[in-house]
Ligand binder design. Structure first.
Ligand SMILES: C[S@@+](CC[C@H](N)C(=O)[O-])C[C@H]1O[C@@H](n2cnc3c(N)ncnc32)[C@H](O)[C@@H]1O
Length: 315
């Protein structure tokens, strides 16, 4: 039942749980349960802020000695391997027993292990009484480096949100062409470049355009940033992400928001929009259907929440 599927382990704060579930829905067509998700679909853990680890299950058995026999029968030969024990909720296996099991597996694989710089990491875990064995890949969290970008604003969208918006807009399909319609200093663009997406950015403000270009160059990413009103962009894209202005540094009256959304609807059929207010009427008036919606409460700021609107152009 579990063989050849992937087990994903999740971690998220309660304020981000709606966003995490929405992301899982678009990546896997299902939600995680108790911070675990089984799927046939392969997703790179580092492309999400919420996926901690991915176990590709190659062998499984309810009986531990059968599993060991199967590992031996697989005749795995690899230099520099490592084996870890993944402790899931409800697994009562004692620490000593876990170490013994790791040794059993180590002796069933041909090659010299390397605990500090492994070429491959295998893992053993017990899920509801079934032993699962396979290849473990962890979120590298390399993308945390983007938090130290040269230019940023205290109210810029968070990196976690940026990564989720990309996964929602693309369903993990790297061939999706994307426009960040109000790119600001490029928070979303950095995550897109990191994950290998084809993205372009646009912003009406020349100063933030310069800053987003500098941010991209700082991490050696290449992507076009257009200093333009989104209304003047004529290229078509598979999807757009819009982090709408709110009345802090830029004007965000109803006319401005309508202008941005209606202009973006001219160049794409799929829009993932972030707002700080209810924009459902503006979305409907632009001829879009709201397919999904979620709220992200800002930590320690009870009266500030971001809303994510997944929209599709009506035929
Ligand atoms: C909330 S900020 C985006 C922040 C961005 N996500 C970041 O990481 O910095 C909204 C941006 O929309 C831009 N903007 C406002 N009207 C626009 C328009 N008509 N076309 C393109 N950009 C516009 C503003 O200049 C502002 O930088």
């Amino acid at each position: 039942m579990y063989k050849n599927s992937y087990l994903y382990s999740y971690n998220y704060d309660t304020n981000e749980s709606e966003l995490c579930k929405l992301e899982a829905k678009y990546l896997f067509q299902k939600e995680e349960q108790d911070k675990l998700l089984f799927s046939e679909i392969e997703v790179e853990p580092s492309s999400s802020a919420f996926i901690k680890k991915r176990l590709h299950i190659t062998l499984c058995s309810e009986d531990y000695s059968t599993l060991i026999q199967e590992i031996k029968a697989a005749e795995i030969k690899v230099e520099g391997f490592k084996v870890e024990y993944l402790v899931l909720d409800g697994d009562k296996t004692e620490y000593k027993e876990r170490l013994k099991k790791l040794k059993d597996i180590g002796y069933s694989i041909e090659g010299i292990p390397d605990y500090y710089n492994p070429t491959i990491t295998y893992a053993l875990t017990n899920y509801n009484g079934t032993w699962l064995f396979g290849v473990l890949v962890k979120n590298s969290f390399d993308w945390h480096k983007h938090k130290q970008k040269p230019f940023s604003y205290s109210n810029s969208i968070g990196v976690h949100i940026a990564k989720s918006l990309l996964n929602i807009a693309t369903k993990g399909n790297k061939a999706t062409t994307l426009i960040d319609a109000c790119c600001g200093v490029g928070t979303i663009m950095l995550e897109a470049c990191f994950a290998g997406y084809n993205i372009e950015g646009c912003d009406i403000n020349w100063k933030v355009c310069r800053q987003s270009r500098a941010n991209l160059a700082h991490f050696n990413y290449t992507a076009n940033v257009y200093r333009s009103d989104i209304n003047d962009i004529t290229t078509n894209y598979d999807a757009a992400i819009i982090d709408l202005p709110y009345n802090l540094f830029s004007c965000a009256d109803e006319d401005t928001l309508t202008h941005i959304i209606e202009s973006t609807t001219e160049i794409t059929d799929k829009l993932v929009i972030v707002s700080t207010i209810d924009i459902s009427e503006i979305i409907n008036k632009a001829g879009l259907k709201i397919v999904d919606h979620c709220t992200i409460q800002k930590r320690r700021m009870a009266n500030f929440a971001r809303q994510v609107w997944v929209c599709q152009k009506l035929d």
